[in-house]
Design a protein around this ligand. Structure first.
Ligand code: NAI
Length: 482
């Protein structure tokens, strides 16, 4: 393979800009950078072929180059059609030592504004390893589980001996996946089965992907071990919460520049993401209303000072609506029909099925117009207009640049340590879904204290004995909730 052909990005001439932002980000990612230093000599990922499917941003570029620094070979795709930062992708393709005329970086298949066909083609390219025994990776680093899903579906249909016809698809995206599998699975072929056989494991970034993994494990179909990175405390209690607290309003501002202060905002879901979103909107002076189905989270929202209501009660009164549930059918077309003129509707959950975009498009006489990429107005027959962000896909990455480096340094340090665990200790991880051991979770937090000037108190031995922990941790039991 000609390395210079083995990638697809929007514009290689953006690499210089990408490299400048990667250099700035490195300083803001002390977790990743100290892991690079700590493991530089040991090269724990030597021999690892990591397929990554995760938003191709500047922060992800620092993750990719950390995996490479630890010895891994890497192929990458984004996990969302709108989330790639084209300058970051270009810099990764060119590499720190290459030039746009002589790219020497990592094979990356990602650009902002992919079609669904292109998206799944990119995922396939990231999973396709030329000149290797199985033609595939031996590790997956996933966000939302699409790469893992493709491998599992491939194996399932090879076992069945047939792939369902694309005509049976339940959605556009399902059709694309079935077409891809029909194309790659021919009579008796074992491409995906062979590819899966060498995979030591997957480390999964987000709530939605983790949910898929536990389902496969419950159904007995999970093919290799998985580390649930999301439920590392230094991931979900930081990235999901403080990351969204930053990037939600960043997305709304860049998309609309509407003044948030004084407006009424509805946040659907008060989990980790919802908590961060609600706080960011309140911080701008919005009056925030929460919807929840879980009494514990509803009570938390009330105690935090938010009104908790059903969507139906407030749908005609609010100015901004954000879905954060990881569930489907949260805001339906019939809800949008009741909203105020120029209400803003967006989603920050992983998939685009929280807002009923298909139903919206089917309202008789409705007219969609593009204000700018990822910002659309939908004009109802009565003249009312709604502003929908990122076509219902996650708006913090579609309309802005996702979470900032410092918080992603925590998530990606967890990811890197999880990759090292699964790759170097296959015997300790039979097929199951695991969370990161607590001593590693605490290590990741520790790596971020100095940069913030945090002075940690050291436990005295007699105090440690009194509360039943070691002086060096772990400090909490596994069921502690933080
Ligand atoms: P979570 O499970 O902590 O929170 C989701 C909340 O939504 C739960 O409290 C649940 O009770 C509530 N919920 C479920 N159905 C509902 C309904 N019909 N109406 C109202 N509330 C409902 O999950 P988390 O970690 O907050 O993640 C949420 C989603 O965001 C997931 O899809 C996750 O993958 C994604 N995510 C997105 C990020 C981004 O940067 N855009 C970052 C991290 C996670």
């Amino acid at each position: 393979v000609d390395n210079r052909q083995d990638f697809k990005v929007a514009d290689l001439s953006l690499a210089d800009f990408g490299r400048k932002e990667i250099t700035l980000a490195e300083h803001e990612m002390p977790g990743l950078m100290s892991i690079r230093k700590e493991y530089a000599a040991a090269q724990p990922l030597a021999g690892a072929r990591v397929t990554g499917s995760l938003h191709m941003t500047v922060q992800t570029a620092v993750l990719i180059e950390t995996l490479v620094a630890l010895g891994a070979e890497v192929r990458w795709a984004s996990c969302n059609i709108f989330s790639t930062q084209d300058h970051a992708a270009a810099a990764i393709a060119v590499g720190p030592n290459g030039t746009p005329d002589n790219p020497q970086g990592v094979p990356v298949f990602a650009w902002k504004g992919e079609t669904l066909d292109e998206y799944w083609w990119c995922t396939e390219q990231a999973l396709t390893w030329p000149n290797t025994p199985t033609g595939g990776p031996n590790m997956i680093l996933d966000d939302g589980g699409d790469a893992t899903l493709l491998v599992h579906k491939g194996v399932e249909y090879e076992k069945d001996g047939k792939v369902p016809s694309a005509d049976t698809a339940e959605s556009d995206e399902h059709r694309v996946v079935l077409e891809l599998l029909n194309r790659t699975i021919t009579d008796g072929s074992q491409k995906w089965t062979q590819l899966a056989s060498e995979i030591r494991g997957v480390t999964e970034e987000t709530t939605t992907g983790v949910h898929r993994l536990y389902e496969m494990h419950r159904d007995g179909t999970l093919l290799f071990p998985a580390i649930n990175v999301n439920d590392a405390v230094t991931k979900s209690k930081f990235d999901n919460k403080y990351g969204c607290r930053h990037s939600l309003i960043d997305g709304i501002n860049r998309a609309t520049d509407v003044l948030i202060g004084g407006k009424t905002a509805v946040v659907c879901g008060y989990g980790d993401v919802g908590k961060g979103c609600a706080e960011s909107l309140r911080g701008q002076g919005a009056r925030v209303i929460i919807t929840e189905i879980d009494p514990i989270c509803a009570l938390q929202a009330a105690m935090d000072g938010y009104q908790v209501a059903t969507l139906d009660e407030v749908v005609d009164k609010a100015d901004i609506f954000v879905t954060t549930t990881g569930n489907k059918d949260i805001i339906m077309a019939s809800d949008m029909a009741k909203m105020k003129h120029q209400a803003i509707v967006g989603n920050i959950g992983h998939f685009d099925n929280e807002i009923d975009m298909a139903g919206l498009a089917q309202i008789p006489g409705i007219v969609k117009d593009e204000v700018k990429p990822q910002v659309h107005t939908w004009k109802f027959p009565d003249g009312k207009v709604l502003i929908v962000l990122s076509e219902g896909r996650l708006l913090n990455l579609g309309n802005a640049t996702g979470h900032p480096s410092f918080v992603m340094s925590n998530s990606f340090a967890d990811q890197t340590l999880a990759q090292i665990e699964l790759f170097t200790k296959p015997d300790e991880y039979p097929t199951d879904v695991y969370v990161l051991p607590k001593h590693l979770d605490e290590k990741v937090a520790r790596l971020h204290l100095d940069a913030l000037g945090v002075k940690l108190t050291t436990l005295r031995p007699e105090q440690a004995a009194y509360i039943g922990v070691e002086v060096d941790g772990p400090y909490k039991s596994d069921h502690y909730r933080y």
